[in-house]
Design a protein around this ligand. Structure first.
Ligand code: KG4
Ligand code: ZN
Length: 344
């Protein structure tokens, strides 16, 4: 049985986990930085990097102590090496390198997106390749076909904001706290999803890409008009987002050909309204719907350790001089979406 230590520090969660090849999370710690970033309504990279640097070492010590596992017992040390906020990524990766160097345990530099992409297989032993993956988080909004470990084909990405980012910005406009996703979802429960006319950007387009910047601007105008209750704006925004997701997924699924399962991952997958819309869509396409438990949807280190477990049989360990990568597309062959700005 293999055991891998996972380290995650690419955004605002500092996390460590020990996972074994029997799909057991033996121990884990997650420290959220929500309080530090809340006053700014978003993640401040410098604050995030400092917080990771302060917290990571004691957390690693804690999971090792709790389980009685010593560094040399590990089969690999897996750390997120990108994409993400570079300062935070470097804190995690450099810590992993130091541990690997001191113990002689091999290092695995993991793509954070690969962690999200494979995490459903940690929770679900029945989930076999290939599957269609909707990855929706604060930084990413992609539709991929996952054919195996390291085999990802991207069919869609966002040309501007990620969906989680749109939720966070909507929350900010409505004066809700950070992170915004859960707050918008909560408020939407009290609103009418048809009350506010909002656009569905790119719906009907033949390419399955996403765009949410126009939706966010429309939310701003609705708020400034003073004509709508905040709950109605939240519900209408969420409905518009769902309509976009479903339409774009339909086009992407047509393009990728038959796959037996639709999997959703990333922080936005915590949204219950989105989950049930996706579940309905999967049923219509005779696909199995798989959503990992909520704790595996948002950023965590178990998914990074699990990606390490999945990578072990490939025997491709990383050298100690491997670089942290602020951008690191899962599918390097994918063309950038037309009209896309800076996001990979
Ligand atoms: O995967 P994640 O933890 O971090 C990134 O890699 O981005 O995703 C965080 C994102 C945030 O934008 C947050 O607002 C969003 O996921 N999110 C939600 C919900 N819970 C978290 N969005 C909509 N509804 C939710 N319930
Ligand atoms: Zn993430």
């Amino acid at each position: 049985m293999a055991i891998v230590l996972g380290i995650e520090s690419s955004c605002d969660e500092t996390a460590v986990a020990l996972v074994n090849s029997e799909r057991q999370i033996i121990a884990q710690r997650i420290a959220s930085q929500d309080e530090e970033h809340a006053p700014y309504g978003g993640v401040v990279p410098e604050i995030a990097a400092r917080a990771h640097a302060e917290r990571l070492a004691p957390m690693i010590e804690a999971v090792l102590e709790e389980t009685g596992i010593a560094l040399p017992d590990l089969d690999a040390i897996a750390a997120t090496a990108g994409p993400g906020l570079i300062g935070g990524v470097m804190v995690g990766l450099v810590s992993a390198k130091a541990l690997a160097m001191a113990s002689g345990v091999p290092l695995l530099a993991i793509n954070h997106l690969e962690g999200h992409a494979l995490s459903p297989r940690l929770a679900d032993a029945e989930l076999a390749f290939p599957y269609a993956l909707l990855l929706v988080s604060g930084g990413h909004c992609q539709i991929l076909r996952v054919d195996g470990v390291g085999q990802y084909r991207r069919f869609a990405t966002t040309i501007d904001d990620a969906l989680g980012e749109a939720f966070d910005k909507t929350a900010k406009l409505l004066g809700l706290g950070y992170p915004g996703g859960p707050a918008v979802e909560q408020l939407a429960l009290e609103g009418d999803p048809q009350a506010v006319p909002l656009p569905r950007p790119l719906v009907g387009s033949g390419e399955p890409h996403f765009s949410f910047a126009g939706l966010k601007s429309a939310v701003l105008r609705a708020k400034e008009s003073g004509q709508h209750a905040d709950a109605d704006i939240a519900a209408s925004f969420q409905q518009a987002a769902i309509d976009c997701l479903i339409d774009r997924l339909r086009i992407a699924l047509e393009a990728m050909g038959p796959v037996p399962a639709l999997v959703v991952a990333g922080g936005v997958a915590a949204n219950k309204a989105i989950r049930s819309a996706l579940e309905e869509m999967a049923a219509k396409h005779s696909m199995r719907f798989v959503a990992p438990p909520l704790a595996l949807c948002t950023d965590n280190a178990a998914m990074i350790a699990w990606a390490g477990i999945e990578r072990l049989p490939l025997g491709q360990f990383d050298p100690l001089d491997v670089s942290a990568r602020p951008r690191w597309p899962l599918d390097p062959e994918a063309e950038p979406a037309r009209g896309a700005g800076v996001k990979a």
